[in-house]
Design a binder for this molecule. Structure first.
Ligand code: ATP
Length: 306
């Protein structure tokens, strides 16, 4: 797999604070990488270092195979970025703002540029955009415009810092679908978030930052792989114990955790013995549980709201 983002021993110190404390990120072509961490854990500082906006105190950043910040001029045109508080010209319309960015980009006729601007505005849900100046936009609209700007040059890599910031649930849903669609089209996506549920629903690979340290980095599917147990939902938990003596690992209300990775087999045993079963599933840890185990006490600061 090609490395799209690679950092080694990346450190950023502010005085005595190690905001980013020696992290080794590995983002591969085709990933939707979720960079998860509580507020203040160092996500934005990392994203800024990836893009060459902040210089590391120590360590290395490689972006699309080029060493940053030196390779910036060569690789950044292939990267679409949205960093906290996207900067726009407040007195201009959204379309005019995109026009300015595009003007700095490579060639194309005025008509194709305008068509591309319309296309990205449509993609981010600002299709019906009017002449209102950007300063009159809501936070969510600004965020969408920032994303439109990031998409303009059809980047092969998107680096997005908290892309759903300020969006309502419907907006979050739309942006999630858009990012998945872009990823299906071959775009690698790296996004930071403090929302576990967002990362769990969107990402293929997860990195967890805890007070500047990368405490976890792996495929989501591997992190939440079956544990080797089956969860039985039943109004008769006590009878499960009698039938499956020795295999019951725990009982919590109407949920019984049973050793074994074949729900059909468990079902057959229970139904055969006349025990009512209302649900059966392989047990998997949630991302929340995995993060809690890796980040310890501070995981409660990563919001688990759904
Ligand atoms: P948030 O989601 O709140 O933006 P974050 O995970 O992005 O949080 P950072 O913004 O990277 O975190 O900040 C990490 C730490 O570094 C914080 O303690 C912050 O106060 C500190 N920090 C960031 N930028 C600076 C700076 N320019 N000078 C001093 N300290 C800074």
């Amino acid at each position: 797999m090609t490395a799209v983002i690679r950092t080694r021993g990346l450190v950023k110190r502010y005085g005595r604070l190690r905001a980013v404390d020696g992290i080794d990120l590995d983002v591969r072509a085709g990933d939707v990488y979720g960079f998860l961490g509580a507020n203040g854990s160092g996500k934005t500082t990392t994203v800024r270092m990836l893009l060459g906006l902040v210089l590391p105190t120590a360590g290395e950043v490689e972006l699309l195979g080029g060493r940053m910040p030196r390779a910036g001029r060569r690789v950044l045109p292939r990267v679409g970025a949205l960093v906290e508080g996207p900067a726009h010209h407040g007195h201009l319309s959204g379309r005019a703002n995109l026009g300015l960015i595009d003007a700095a980009g490579p060639g194309g006729s005025r008509r194709t540029r305008r068509a591309r601007i319309d296309e990205v505005l449509e993609q981010v849900g600002l299709g019906g955009i009017d002449r209102r100046p950007v300063r009159a936009y809501s936070l969510g609209m600004r965020q969408r415009l920032g994303l439109a700007a990031a998409l303009l040059r059809r980047p092969e890599l998107l680096v997005l810092d908290e892309p759903t910031n300020g969006l309502d649930p419907q907006g979050i849903h739309e942006i999630r679908d858009l990012l998945l669609e872009l990823n299906r089209g071959g775009t690698t996506v790296f996004l930071s978030s403090h929302l576990l549920a967002e990362v769990e629903q969107l990402c293929t690979r997860v990195g967890v930052l805890d007070r500047g340290r990368l405490v976890l980095q792996d495929e989501l599917a591997r992190l939440t792989a079956p544990t080797g147990a089956t969860v039985v939902d039943t109004p008769a938990a006590d009878r499960v114990r009698a039938v499956l003596d020795g295999r019951v690992l725990g009982v919590e209300g109407s949920r019984v955790v049973v050793r074994g990775t074949d729900p059909a087999e468990v079902n057959a045993l229970l139904v055969g013995a006349g025990v009512p079963v209302t649900g059966l599933a392989l047990q998997r840890p949630t991302l929340e549980e995995v993060v809690l185990a890796a980040a310890g006490t501070s995981a409660d600061r990563v919001e688990a709201v759904r």
